[in-house]
Ligand binder design. Structure first.
Ligand code: HEM
Length: 458
């Protein structure tokens, strides 16, 4: 049966109980994952929720996750409205995340190679040495390190060098602030627009624009001097800028700043929150830690690492990464607008209706993952493969907007964590620490989460 289930009479989705004026705003602010799972349990795959005075339809569960990837899903859902605020704020015409159909495909084609795993082929050892440099700089022996900010610096160092050729560490704080406002005010609209008048945001935005303009001008100067690079040396910035030079209708000047700084917006908080969460889960589970250490010691035993089948050579660490991304998803739901009237699971959804698609709800369902709240890194072995059930596992989203940096992020995360546990002797601080989480702008460990650096293992 198709995900869009025709019912004889399509019903209005049930309204989720909430407070008189606030609706479900507080439940969302406190723990959106839990709130969406509870809605699914009590109301089924379709319901209506009220956040900050606006009504959204929530579709979730396996039905919704698989629906995203079907032709019907592509026809029925669009992304435009949620990214319009960002497009307007930066004076652009379009951004990758906010386009649909052919226009979206055109932009994805421009950036596909630059964002892919191929873009770091032959550079794994370089990534390792960038990562080692971050540990030397930000993780001094004998200190307690705030993991999330340390990971944010590491990600900008890695992505900057690999994807763009330079690591703009002096812009990390501004990128972080800009992301906070972009996501909270412009995309998810959990905060009022008036906040964009704050000097803190205005300064951060100006600095991000300055970073973008510097990247554009540096590229143009080099291009005028040396011409096109050989194909095997091109990075994401070359892909974007060459599209601008050769097809200005596809990549007009107005769209350059927001596109060229895109990898930081897309990669910084996602990878930093995920790697911080993995640091916690591995240190929290001694048996997992033991298996991971054994594996990473073997991985780096010969100094240089070989790139072949990297992820398959570290199954315990890969299991820990996947399990952490199941339990601490950074994208709890995807936000969309109904592109036309349609019926989902017997409920009528109208054109223009704003929707949350709760793709991470199945991560917490007993039907997909027995004992779903237990951290179990062996769920992903060939024999069990619990994540392979259709619709069960979506940390990188679903459908046409599925994370374009997924294969790159997988390598980046695996190498960073392998190197962290290989190099550093760490413990939670305090040792029995129970993770506190935050929800905005990206769900993940609270900034107060710390580890103590006891020494170097290697
Ligand atoms: C933990 C790591 C990451 C996770 C969990 C993650 C997750 C996601 C999710 C869920 C989406 C879909 C959003 C939607 O449908 O509305 C997405 C989109 C995207 N991600 Fe990632 N991401 C990660 C890392 C990265 C990195 C490192 C990059 C690149 C440097 C990247 C680049 C992108 C891009 C360009 C898109 C937009 C795709 C499109 O709209 O077609 N991501 N990501």
């Amino acid at each position: 049966m198709s995900a869009v289930i025709d019912a004889p009479v399509a019903k209005e989705p049930p309204l989720v109980r909430g407070l008189p004026l606030l609706g479900n705003t507080l439940q969302m602010a406190k723990d959106p994952t839990r709130f969406f799972v509870d809605c699914y349990r009590e109301y089924g795959p379709v319901s209506r929720v009220k956040i900050l005075g606006k009504e959204y339809v929530l579709i979730s569960g396996i039905e919704a996750a698989t629906f995203m990837g079907t032709r019907e899903g592509k026809d029925c859902l669009r992304s435009k409205e949620f990214w319009e605020g960002l497009v307007n704020e930066y004076g652009a015409k379009r951004v990758l995340t906010g386009e649909d159909g052919e226009s979206h495909k055109q932009l994805r084609d421009v950036m596909r190679h630059g964002y892919s795993k191929e873009s770091i082929k032959g550079r794994y050892n370089e990534l390792v040495s960038i990562t080692d440099g971050c540990f030397e700089r930000d993780w001094p022996v004998g200190t307690s390190v705030n993991v999330l900010p340390a990971m944010q610096y590491m990600v900008v160092d890695q992505l900057g060098t690999i994807l763009t050729g330079a690591a703009p560490l002096e812009y990390v704080a501004d990128i972080r602030t800009a992301i906070l406002y972009i996501l909270n005010v412009l995309v998810t609209r959990q905060r009022p627009k008036i906040l964009l008048q704050r000097p803190e945001y205005k300064k951060a935005k100006a600095r991000v624009v300055e970073l973008g303009n510097n990247m554009i001008n540096d590229w143009l100067a080099r291009y005028r001097r040396d011409g096109e690079k050989p194909a095997d040396q091109k990075n994401l910035i070359d892909n974007i800028m060459e599209a601008h030079v050769n097809q200005p209708d596809v990549m007009p000047a107005s769209d350059l700043v927001v596109t060229i700084t895109g990898p930081y917006v897309a990669g910084l908080d996602t990878v930093a929150n995920t790697t911080a969460a993995i640091t916690y889960t591995v240190l929290k589970h001694p048996e997992v830690k033991r298996r991971v250490l054994e594996e990473v010691d073997a991985l780096f035993a010969d100094g240089e690492i070989s790139e072949d089948h990297l992820l398959q050579r570290i199954p315990a660490l890969q299991g820990a990464i996947m399990e952490t991304m199941r339990l601490y998803p950074i994208a709890v739901a995807q936000m969309r607008t109904a592109n036309k009237d349609f019926v989902f699971a017997g409920h009528q959804i109208r054109e223009g209706q704003m929707l949350y698609v709760g793709t991470s709800v199945p991560h917490f369902m007993e039907e997909c993952y027995p004992d779903p709240f237990t951290f179990d890194i062996d769920r992903y072995t060939k024999e069990r493969a619990e994540h392979m059930k259709p619709g069960a596992y979506s940390p990188y989203g679903r459908g046409p907007h599925t994370c374009l940096g997924k294969s790159l992020a997988e390598i980046q995360i695996a190498l960073s964590m392998a190197r962290l546990f290989y190099k550093m002797d760490l413990e939670l601080d305090p040792p029995g620490y129970e993770l506190k989480t935050k929800t905005a702008p990206t769900p993940g460990p609270a900034t107060s989460f710390k580890v103590r650096v006891k020494g170097y293992r290697h």
